[in-house]
Design a protein. Structure first.
Length: 328
């Protein structure tokens, strides 16, 4: 009996040592959206080692923030889902996988490396990556107007050739060209309550990767995948609003949102209200959704939104870097 009691006590102690420390609800809840280009440099080969190294660097930058805040991390998947689509098109013995399945694959792939590196970087906290579904409206007009960039960049001749051979839609991305696919509005994060419970338990949650796997409801109420890639920033904004987050940070590979980008008059917008930032024009496939995402978050009750470089994450959280969006 004594030995059994001793074993039970040791078991409880071991469980207590494994359990993450409770996070106070007084600590701010921050949703950080890691852009695809923050996790993989533009033009860098889409190789596993490069992505692992990028996730390692991101985790090191996020670790100090995780020590003083409840943290939810989302991420892009544009380069990765485009690569899988290319690989699928190159193998003719099997029909190419639809974009929702490719989205789920990349959400698991990228979520794994971020989860792994956050677990290594943040002592005493557990991290969980969740393949998340995001519901969209099957009648969304975005299905007829592809704008979401996926895959690698090309010069115009390459892009035109691929568009003709593969039936793609392509658009300019900066001074290069990329494939674009439909990007419907996110309507509902299907696993919201699961995410909420994990956050309440002190877990760092990696979720809504690539905007989440796009699904829609049939007339019979069934959930099924659709051919699209949801904008990660708009989905992250919806998630942050529904979680009641204090702050939404969109971490990318530029210092912030610029007015008159690409002209001699370009200038970074340091601080603005949602109404003020909407008076400027931004590219639809890149900075435009980021600006709209933080504007929506603040309009719907968020304290502050920020857009800026991942390297400046702590200054972004403090309000000292990037483009800060506030109610007034």
């Amino acid at each position: 009996m004594r030995e059994r009691a001793r074993g039970s006590m040791l078991g409880r102690l071991a469980d207590e040592q494994r359990a993450p420390p409770a996070m106070s609800h007084e600590q701010p809840l921050i949703v950080v959206a890691l852009g695809g280009n923050a996790l993989l440099k533009r033009g860098e080969p889409l190789e596993a080692q490069n992505q692992l190294q990028a996730a390692h660097q991101a985790a090191q930058l996020l670790a100090p923030l995780a020590a003083r805040a409840r943290l939810v991390v989302t991420h892009g998947n544009g380069p990765q889902v485009g690569l899988l689509a290319l690989q699928g098109n190159a193998y003719h013995d099997v029909a190419p996988y639809p974009l929702d399945v490719l989205g789920a694959e990349t959400e698991g792939q990228i979520g794994y490396v971020i989860e792994l590196e956050l677990d290594n970087a943040v002592a005493g906290r557990e991290t969980a990556a969740l393949v998340t579904r995001t519901e969209v409206d099957p009648a969304d007009p975005a299905f007829g107007d592809p704008t979401k960039f996926i895959g690698p960049v090309y010069d115009k001749a390459q892009a035109d050739d691929l568009a003709e051979r593969m039936g793609w839609s392509v658009r300019p991305d900066g001074d290069r060209w990329r494939r674009v696919v439909p990007s419907p509005e996110p309507r509902r994060i299907v696993q919201l309550e699961v995410i909420r419970r994990l956050v309440a338990d002190g877990v760092i949650v990696v979720c809504v990767g690539g905007g989440g796997v796009p699904v829609a409801r049939t007339d019979g109420g069934r959930c099924q995948g659709v051919e699209a890639v949801i904008d990660k920033d708009l989905a992250s904004s919806l998630l942050a609003v529904d979680l009641g987050a204090d702050m939404l940070i969109l971490a990318t590979d530029v210092e912030g949102a610029y007015a008159d980008w690409g002209t001699p008059q370009q200038r970074m917008i340091s601080r603005a209200t949602p109404q003020e930032i909407r008076t400027f024009e931004f590219p639809k496939g890149s900075m435009g959704p980021k600006v709209e995402a933080v504007a929506r978050f603040v309009e719907r009750g968020g304290r502050r939104g920020a857009i800026g470089a991942l390297e400046d994450i702590e200054a972004l959280a403090a309000g000292d870097a990037g483009t800060q969006i506030v109610a007034r």
